[in-house]
Ligand binder design. Structure first.
Ligand SMILES: Cc1cc2nc3c(=O)[nH]c(=O)nc-3n(C[C@H](O)[C@H](O)[C@H](O)COP(=O)(O)O)c2cc1C
Length: 199
């Protein structure tokens, strides 16, 4: 796959804004064109959880000419159309509301529409859902999407790595997303399981 095609990152109003921040940082550090779309709920949760404001993060990422941003109300952005080529999309973190909308074909904002486009165009789509506990509704929506080929990657830590900080767990998931979308071939050495000596 060409490195020149962008990856879309959707940010929704589930807890875990730091996962979005690290994923975007990692993609830009690897010179991957990155189109970010955030919902208004994502911005509210970001404000609760993060030290760097969302506006400051957008400004920092905008220093790179590989970065573009659209609010989720901007339904006429290029990524709303299947004719605009991308390498795929990750929604990090993914709320149960957005997951339900995607599972039911409700393309009523730019994040949901872009995910709908990925499914119809058979492009990679990864959702990082965050909720606990999960109801049967959540699980049925996830199963429906998994059966369509969508990758459902909850941010469940690999406890066998004995990662000692939230930062390390977040780094692990940013790389897992990169690998799942084909941006990186493998996880960095320190995040690869090497068998019993690591546990
Ligand atoms: C502080 C905060 C934390 C939230 N955490 C979650 C969560 O972890 N998972 C979830 O599905 N919704 C969570 N929500 C609720 C969503 O933000 C809400 O359902 C919203 O409508 C999602 O909209 P969006 O999917 O368009 O971003 C949270 C809301 C707030 C204010």
């Amino acid at each position: 796959m060409s490195n020149a095609l962008p990856i879309i990152i959707g940010i929704t109003g589930a807890s875990g804004s730091v996962l979005a921040k690290k994923t975007i940082d990692t993609l830009l550090e690897s010179s991957t064109p990155t189109i970010v779309c955030a919902s208004s709920a994502a911005r509210i949760v970001w404000q609760e959880e993060m030290d760097e404001s969302f506006g400051a993060a957008i400004e920092r990422w905008s220093d790179s000419n590989l970065f573009q941003y659209h609010p989720s109300q901007q339904i006429n952005a290029p990524i709303a159309s299947g004719s605009f080529p991308t390498r795929g999309m990750a929604i990090v973190p993914c709320s149960m509301a957005t997951l339900a909308a995607i599972a039911h074909g409700m393309a009523d904002n730019l994040i949901r529409r872009s995910a709908d486009v990925c499914i119809k165009e058979r492009r990679p789509l990864l959702l990082m859902p965050r909720e606990t506990p999960l109801s049967a509704i959540h699980l049925e929506n996830m199963a429906k999407l998994a059966n369509l080929g969508v990758t459902i990657m909850p941010p469940d830590p690999p406890f066998y790595f004995k990662l000692s900080s939230v930062d390390q767990i977040v780094e692990y998931f940013a790389y897992r997303i990169s690998v799942a979308l084909g941006v990186s071939e493998t996880l960095p050495d320190h995040l690869q399981y090497r068998g019993p000596e690591d546990i």
